[in-house]
Design a protein around this ligand. Sequence first.
Ligand SMILES: [Zn+2]
Ligand SMILES: [Zn+2]
Length: 165
Amino acid sequence: MNTQIAFLLQVILAFMGAYLVAFWFAMVIWTYYDIRARSQDTYVYVFATALVLVFHVFGLLLYYILRPRETLAEAYERSLEEEALLREMDARHVCPACQQRVEQDFLLCPHCRQQLKRKCAQCDHMLDLNWDICPYCGRTPDTGPRTKPRRPVSAESEQSGQRVR
Ligand SMILES: [Zn+2]
Ligand SMILES: [Zn+2]
């Protein structure tokens, strides 16, 4: 009777031991794949995996605390989002004088009449006020509004309906 119980106990212990080893193994594998998703540094791979290999659950706990917060995919996605946000902010133009929103192809600010762009006299493309030459046709502008960019141009009659991009 006693030997039977001892045998049973031994079997249970053996199973538990086998499970612990399998668990350990799984933890090491998981750590390896997890750190691969978060870092590109081979030393970091080795360190993280060794941590779990040596310290078992406690190593995993340490790894969990120390591991990079973002996976590489997440970091990449975040950088894309930030870039898109920046581009969007860049696209939202404001009048330098009154800070109101204006469209990119406005000649004048509709709020304060500040001149924002001028037209090339030759090809009618929109030009920045500080451009010395028309990038579309190569015409060097005559000294017009460019020298006095703050002058509120009120009656430039040729600003009809064409959109130039
Ligand atoms: Zn304005
Ligand atoms: Zn031009």
